[in-house]
Ligand binder design. Sequence first.
Ligand code: COA
Length: 392
Amino acid sequence: MSNAGIDRISFYTPRYCLDLKLLAEAREVEWEKYSIGIGQDVMGLPPPDEDVVTMAASAAKPILDAVGAEDIELLLFATESGVDQSKSAGMFFHGLLGLPSRCRVVEMKQACYAGTLALRLAALMVADSPGKKALVLCSDIARYDLGSPGEPTQGCGAIAMLVSADPSILVLDDECGVHAEDVMDFWRPNYRDEALVDGKYSTRIYQACLREAWSQYAALSGRTVSDFAHFCYHIPFTNMALKAHDRLLKGAGVTEGRRELVEQAVGQSLGYNRLTGNTYTASLYEGLTCLLDTSAEPLDGKRLGLFSYGSGAVGEFFSGTVVPGYRRSLFGDAHRSLLDTRTALTVAEYEDIFNLCLPSDGWDYSFSQYRTGPFRLSGVKEHKRLYEVAAL
Ligand code: COA
């Protein structure tokens, strides 16, 4: 049995956003559909000089500044918004952050699920190599067609997790429940920038995967819903997480007071996602970060249940115990400040940025400097992406 898990966790979201009240007005939809029906308030937006590499680098920088990069021997970059068909987004990251040359790097993809496999593989590696560390990056930009049902759930952000054999934040339990099934609920063909989705079907598959993964996990671990202080879910939109937990409780035979129980178990993890929108691979871990950062109740020694879902589809239920003293290792103030200091755009500005796609004609381009984090994509030259430290 290993003690491996999350030693540090840091979140980044770009510096622009759109208040969904404005989007509701523009699309002639009642604002309550977004805020109550879907459970989203604001959508995070990346400027043209930000992508999954710069977001991941900005998420990871505070961790590397705090603990250094010397012992990192594995870098797993989970994304479904990759920037190259061959070179891993992780190699661009490796160069930007100056990681050691003795560090394996690979990009992983299975819709929003890949970060969870990355975390488990990283935990296995560090448990086997005491003193060595792994960096797991989850970074994504959620894009749907303008005016489509998915539009108000768009978002962007990245999570960086340092994984060690003796972690400061969350020790992962060995047991997990997994359910995989080949379905077409959400996908993005190589020729499209926007995802295609059978939205209602995807919510049903999410629930089916949760049911199967949970029952497997419960049988393996002998735990019941009352063994967990909180639950964190993959959050395509926050009401999905609430509905999923309601179904879990119903399946476990809870008949009364479910609304309050759901709010108590899941509510505290949703605040950041309401303000960023869907961050795909990062969304489960954004929820975990929000819970750890904002819970007034100390979570030391408490067990958390986590459900990861990636369309297509794979679901995994797993768990972990919060390490006593975890608060000393969080970056909560920085996260709050990021969310509080974004530039709010109009719908016209949002649509302009949305339509500004990276050129694919092979010509050389350089981008104007927008508000970014510490790193930016400065342009493209001879088909090569050029990254740089931003002049902040
Ligand atoms: N006030 C309050 N609630 C309202 C409302 C209003 N004025 N108008 C609508 N609603 C509610 C609906 O009743 C519905 O609630 P319910 O799900 O509890 O029934 C909810 O808002 C959504 O509205 P609905 O019309 O059913 O959905 P939609 O066609 O706009 O699409 C999704 C919703 C989730 C399918 C769509 O956002 C989507 O495709 N998202 C991308 C895929 C995704 O996130 N999948 C999840 C699994 S990964």
